[in-house]
Design a protein around this ligand. Sequence first.
Ligand code: BGC
Length: 745
Amino acid sequence: MGKYIIKVAIVFSLFSCSRNNNFNNSESDIYNKVDSLMSLMTLKEKIGQTIMYSGDWVTTGPTVSSNNIKLLKDGNLGAMLNVYSAKKTKELQKIAVEETRLGIPILFGYDIIHGFKTIFPINLGHAASWDMKDIQKSARIAADEASSAGLHWTFAPMLDIGRDPRWGRISEGAGEDVFLTNEIAKANVKGFQGDDLSKNNTILACAKHFVGYGAAQGGRDYHTVNMGQDELRNVYLPPFKAAVDAGVQTLMTAFNELNGVPATGNKFIFRDILRDEWGFKGFVVTDYTAINELVQHGFAENEKRATEIAIKAGVDMDMMSGANRFYLEALVNEGKVDADLVNDSCRRILFIKFKLGLFDDPYRYCDENREKEVTYKSEYLESARKSAAISSVLLKNDDNSLPLTKNQTIALIGPLVKDKENIIGNWAAAGDRNGKAISIYDGIKTYLGDAKILYAKGCNIKNDDKSGFQEAISLSRKADKIVLVMGEDYHMSGEAASRTNIKIPGIQTELIKTLKEEVPDKKIILILMNGRPLDLSEEDSLVDSILEIWFPGTIGGFGIADVLFGVYNPSGKLPITFPRNIGQVPIYYNVKNTGRPIPLENPNEDYKSNYIDSPNTPLYPFGHGLSYTTFEYSDISLSSNIIGESDILSISVNITNSGNYDGHEIVQLYIHDKVGSITRPVKELKGFSKIFIKKGENKTVNFQLTCKDFKFFNGKDFIFEPGEFEVAIAGSSDFSFMHSFELKL
Ligand code: BGC
């Protein structure tokens, strides 16, 4: 580290001469340090800070051949992705610090999406827990593990609202709702970044993908997005605003175009909204090769022009395009790009490097002992077990077929019963497939032992080989209950994994049908592993219970077994609507009313906004999820029927656990702004609370609303408008409003 200290000392003495400063780390001090460092930098070195390349370990897109080590030594690399481990990052950091002219440390980023080593449920699944403390904790754990492996930065959280289950990346987000996604955005930013970025176990978060990516036409990944201001401002932007307000330090551009302008070249969203309106001070990184893709989009004639467009639009760091590397210096020298744009980007990136404490100790994250100590810590695995349990959603449970009891023999059937590869889901960072993972079989075994489990694979996830059907039938005949573990494989969701068919793949449903016909007297329980809402209409008519477990993570098998045997009473609620059929897509609860809504009293009336071959209603609505107990809602009361601009409206409800199990309930508050200068959705989630009630007991739950909760973008500004509102507190979005109040200004 000797050479490093000398170089940094030169920079800081320069700084202290000019400012006579005592080196505390307040923001203006950091900016001063950045400026004095930048005064020593050449244009090429400044551009170097804006360049990121991937290591050769893992890639998430086409690789650009590059000699990273040479770039690094020349001081022309600011960051790397897809490299981790304390040892490897230290080796590379040493080159940056000891072998470059100025010794500026590099940043290491990685996609730590739902855990680093200890893998938590996929994000869509974890959103179903509606448990912000648990989500924040999982991000904290991921940051602890990742930072010990030399990483400073995660490309998460993904905050794209997703309303089209064909889109594979719906698995990475928090679902269809703005309010829930906002809360999850905050929880993740706090979890990853903690309260002090200079600690060695906090990492930078990155809100992605800015913006509109989830609205890809036809649910096809990377596809075109067209949306008006209403949808953009009221639905797709708010989660990013929530992340910025929570202090997120970086944002990533989206691959899609937005209203004809690709996001990576979109000045309106980056300069006008993000910087000018929201005052974002951190830096913007592109998505993988997204600058080059401006050419494919037909937005730039060539890569040089794309480079110019991107930096002018507000991009600071180039991930994998090689655009800044090859063209930016010439663009500045030719006067096409103002050198100050490069200065701004470089300044933002260096500022964050200082904030992370990398100039105090560039190796602070590369500690092999800490890496051993925190990776797969037993308390982290325990936490992941709980996350798996609280994220599962009981979609259906006829005749209380679940929970299972220890005295029963079960036929455990399906291609995912013993699976350890898919269970950790897509984009599982450095998570160990097979090795560490606990299968559903392993989990159930801890309750029943091998003797009471009759296992048959039955079929595969994808192909049409029926040779295992007969064994599945004979074992089912000998069992008390049939438990099926089926679904998608992990490649079927995530990036570039859009589907036009959202049914359970292969012949799995045919196996269910066969079992139902051949063994009609046995209860059938379907445990589903998948990364998106599926069309389950047929399965719903065949089986007695459905437990949606998503991809539950490393310790998923234990967590799900806890639910199956009633040790954890399921409490998850859908963060996204499950349609009856693909033709209903996109389908979500907070739609607009239209001029011809279907009358409740006569749903078949002609010339209404309906389908002639399917109801409008989904199979399972947003917010739906059953418990082994029952909760009854009563005595909803409002503190007033009229509120003014500075009033607080209190709304309370009494909830009784009227069943036979203790349990958690996720209580949801919805409003409806009946008339707006921009029409308002028929229902909007505005609050929720996860409560625990013992059987036979009851609790009062209170919510408070103020005018700011009624704000929406009206084309110019965020405003609230006077008028009548409806309000409800319920256990899912499937309810009719019974209470109202007036906002009087
Ligand atoms: C994805 C991003 C990801 C990046 C880096 C891209 O293909 O769209 O979400 O962060 O790769 O791995």
